[in-house]
Design a protein around this ligand. Structure first.
Ligand code: AMO
Length: 433
């Protein structure tokens, strides 16, 4: 292999622009296509930002001629006008270095010309990401996470990191992963719920962006065993105030001009859906039940909204909408019931059609009532003793929510399966790669 100087690349492929005409450029990436017409080889090279053409002639032809597509290359030369219909400029290569061959047959075709099933793509995710369409989902994730952090920071929230190895169930429920921790039983956190509530006692407003774990046995297109959640909790706030913050997070995301940011990577068009009208609809749970009854659904006040019911509601109320004031018994122990009608609670979900994106509400801050609620939900208050004691140190009223980030990406990019939106998804059947 020829010696490589310090510079692997001087430009990304999308930087090969008319200003560089007649100048030298070095690009680095993977061979996408190779057309050998005898004395000249036309080569397209893809990197994370796009694709560029190179023309190889003379001695370098022998280096490139029999190389396989997707091999890693460095191409240097002068930038010149191109006669090709796809490129206005090209690099007249005088230096070609093959850094590493791609061994064929490859498990999938990252150009997408030969389509592969999602499972096969995930099996070869690192290669799948060479497809601009796939890569753009993950660039979008990065851009949105940064934007969410900015929105929350500008609203006075402090980013925190709470443990993912915990000694007792944080929310109750059965879908916990248990494992042995120095001869004691331990669990993977299903949410930061108890920690975020405790932290507002001093930090006032906190948020956390982290992965959580649920032993989801169902095979749905929207559940994973490991998912990324954006959680917030704020002291001295009511449910409506934190709903407003959720709207602000969404509004800022939907206002992003991705076509001028890296979000428009590789020429793929803006992935976001049309901007909804704000404020979003806030439908009461009871109104939803009425709507469903009118559609002939067999449902009564107090029943949970099944996936089928949510699909019907999603047809009536397209796009984003909130469902507020759920029956107390359908919500976790930490949700506060209404003073004037304790059958209902200060709770809400944000829906995108049938897909639940956010769940949250105002919390029960009275320690005695909180203990009663644990018992009502068949949870053992002893398992929550470290949590309950915090409530006797001057716990203020507080509210918060958890946003399923992978589901948000699904909604914004019109994906049918959450696994498309996650690099290395974990579910009942998948623990690798
Ligand atoms: P909840 O359990 O509703 O609420 O979770 C919050 C949001 O996280 C997403 N989500 C999931 N995404 C993918 N796979 C899963 N298995 C999965 N489970 C949940 C959903 C959901 O709306 N502690 C509360 C939040 C709060 O009240 O602050 C909680 O965890 O988008």
């Amino acid at each position: 292999m020829p010696a490589i100087d310090n510079t692997y690349r001087t430009h990304y492929t999308n930087q090969i622009e008319s200003g560089l005409l007649g100048q030298r450029a070095t690009i680095a990436g993977w061979i996408e296509d190779l057309r050998d017409i005898g004395k000249v080889v036309f080569l397209t090279v893809r990197d994370v930002r796009g694709v560029a053409q190179a023309v190889v002639s003379g001695q370098s032809i022998e280096i490139i001629r029999d190389k396989q597509r997707q091999s890693a290359v460095i191409i240097s030369g002068l930038v010149q006008d191109s006669k090709s219909k796809d490129f206005s400029l090209e690099i007249k290569a005088d230096r070609v270095i093959i850094l590493n061959d791609a061994t064929h047959p490859l498990p999938i075709d990252p150009t997408g010309r030969v389509e592969s099933a999602l499972d096969k793509r995930i099996d070869s995710r690192a290669l799948d990401l060479r497809s601009p369409k796939t890569a753009s989902i993950f660039l979008l994730r990065s851009v949105l996470l940064e934007n969410i952090r900015t929105t929350l920071r500008s609203n006075g929230f402090i980013e925190v990191n709470t443990p993912k190895i915990i000694g007792s169930a944080s929310e109750g429920g059965a879908n916990l992963f248990e494992f042995e921790y120095f001869k004691k039983p331990a669990y993977l956190a299903q949410s930061p719920q108890v920690y975020k509530e405790q932290l507002i006692l001093a930090l006032d407003r906190v948020f956390e962006i982290a992965s959580y774990y649920r032993a989801e046995k169902s095979h749905t297109a929207r559940h994973l065993s490991e998912f990324l959640s954006v959680d917030i909790e704020a002291a001295f706030t009511s449910m409506n105030e934190i709903i407003n913050i959720a709207e602000q997070v969404l509004m800022n995301i939907l206002s992003l001009n991705l076509s001028t940011s890296e979000g428009d990577m590789n020429g793929s068009k803006t992935l976001l859906i049309p901007k909804p009208r704000f404020p979003l609809k806030r439908l009461s749970y009871q109104q939803c039940v009425e709507d469903l009854k009118k559609q002939g659904e067999n449902i009564e006040i107090g029943d949970d909204l099944s996936d089928a019911s949510l699909r019907v509601l999603g047809e009536i109320h397209k796009g984003f909408f909130f469902i507020v004031d759920w029956p107390t018994k359908l919500k976790p122990f930490y949700i506060r019931e209404k003073e004037n009608d304790p059958r209902f609670s200060y709770s809400f979900d944000l829906q995108y059609g049938h897909l639940e994106l956010i769940s949250g509400g105002q919390r029960q801050h009275d320690p005695n009532r909180l203990k009663e609620r644990l018992i009502e939900q068949n949870l053992n208050p002893d398992n929550f003793k470290h949590h309950l004691r915090v409530f006797s140190w001057g716990m203020p009223p507080h509210s918060g929510w958890g946003l399923g980030f992978d589901r948000l990406i699904m909604a914004l990019t019109n994906l049918d399966n959450i696994r498309e939106a996650v690099l290395y998804p974990r579910d009942v059947d998948r623990l690798t790669p």
